[in-house]
Write a protein that binds this ligand. Structure first.
Ligand code: ZN
Length: 179
């Protein structure tokens, strides 16, 4: 397993419309293992493949209270149902380090996906898991959490990111204990 670099906004791959996975082979398993290790090292709740520069419909999530116990791997996930009265929560993203903004979403979601061997499964979530499922699946469609917020805050974040990272490469390398 290896920790991968995480792309920073506004890297263009973060806007890619990701391709469906058709082959469930060792290469996919290695990608999933690397994504989990990268997510845990970066102390994130979720990570989507485009965030490490891979334009495939793959994401990993662990919204559990204890780290490392509730890993969910989702291949070709689709949101089939969202419900509940919309609630506003502070959201962050590993492609926007240390930036948070209020995003309104319906809290309960049902997702259909495939596992690493291509078997179909359904996952339902609310609370943090419900938000993470929607946030990560958005990534696979090139959609980011800043797309939901006010134009003013969106521009503020764009400027913040440019000031912080505009002169360097648009990625960062998670290191154990650095978050
Ligand atoms: Zn994100």
């Amino acid at each position: 397993m290896a920790v991968r670099n995480i792309l920073l906004y506004p890297h263009p791959t973060l806007r890619a419309k990701c391709k469906a996975v058709e082959v469930f082979d060792e290469e996919l398993h290695k990608l999933l293992d690397d994504m989990a290790e990268t997510m845990y090292t970066a102390n994130g709740v979720g990570l989507a493949a485009p965030q490490i520069g891979v334009d495939l419909q793959v994401t990993v999530i662990d919204a559990g209270e204890e780290r490392g116990k509730e890993l969910i791997e989702l291949i070709n996930p689709k949101v089939v149902e969202v419900e509940g009265a919309p609630i506003v929560g502070e959201e962050g993203c590993l492609s926007f380090p240390d930036i948070y903004a209020p995003v309104e979403r319906k809290p309960t979601v049902k997702v259909e996906a495939q596992d690493r061997n291509g078997e179909a499964f359904t996952v339902e979530g609310d609370g943090l898991l419900g938000v993470a499922l929607q946030h990560e699946i958005d990534h696979l469609n090139g959609k980011l959490f800043i797309d939901y917020i006010s134009r003013f805050r969106h521009n503020q974040i764009r400027k913040q990111m440019k000031k912080r990272y505009g002169k360097g490469d648009l990625f960062w390398t998670p290191k154990p204990g650095s978050n």
